[in-house]
Write a protein that binds this ligand. Structure first.
Ligand code: CA
Length: 223
């Protein structure tokens, strides 16, 4: 069975080395250079193990692991550059499965990956089942196997919610996401689009109600 390793590392040279070492051992790899994209990948793809750099541009690896643990038990190996970081990994129960300190030998890292997978079992952590399938290349979304006939704004809105199931988005965040800077000033436009999307979903399944309203805040997608 093919195993997928997510590499979260902002230095492309290191990411390259890690990916090459893993792919030589017939792992599949996926690379992101920041924490935000790491959470997205984990929400969308089955990932067997995460290699996580601690010094990332948008969020520190320890904080990122806390967010990962809210949605997944995927095994995590930290890449650490400093001794203080290692003290923290060793001293605290932060839910990592192992760590490798930089500079490291790729062979050593691959050995750690194999050991952790063996210990934890290699069943991939499935993305949350939402009933939706998002095809970003074709800009289409299917629900329970059937294509939703969405306008551009509806597609953009629903795909934003789908990127991070369970996350509550404020109306202002959704507006910024859909229209960038030329956005309408009335936040109720989001409510109108959500109403349309819900109606289209109900045409496929009358009982389905996957979008949750958070009064006074915004919306989230049920994970
Ligand atoms: Ca780094």
């Amino acid at each position: 069975m093919e195993r997928v390793i997510l590499v979260v590392e902002d230095e492309s040279g290191i990411a390259d080395t890690v990916q090459y070492a893993l792919e030589t051992e017939s792992f599949r790899t996926s690379w992101v250079n920041n924490g935000h994209d790491a959470l997205k990948e984990l929400a969308q793809k089955p990932i067997n193990l995460v290699i996580l750099d601690i010094g990332l541009p948008d969020i520190n690896g320890f904080e990122l692991l806390k967010s990962i643990r809210k949605q997944s038990d995927v095994p995590v190996i930290f890449l650490s550059a400093r001794n203080e970081e290692i003290d923290r990994i060793v001293g605290l129960e932060i839910g990592a499965d192992d760590y490798v300190s930089k500079p490291f030998s790729p062979r050593e890292l691959v050995a750690r990956v194999k050991a952790v997978l063996k210990r934890t079992g290699s069943v991939p952590d499935k993305p949350p089942a939402t009933g939706f399938e998002l095809d970003k290349e074709k800009a289409t979304i299917r629900f329970q196997g059937q294509a939703l006939d969405l306008t551009r704004a509806e597609y953009s809105l629903l795909s934003t919610l789908l990127d991070q199931p369970g996350r509550v988005f404020e109306r202002a965040q959704l507006i910024a996401q859909i229209w960038n800077h030329n956005h309408p000033s009335d936040e109720r436009v989001i409510d109108t689009h959500i109403k349309e999307i819900r109606a289209k979903i109900r045409k496929i399944d009358t009982n389905a109600d996957p979008i949750k309203t958070h009064r006074g805040i915004g919306y989230s997608l049920n994970a």
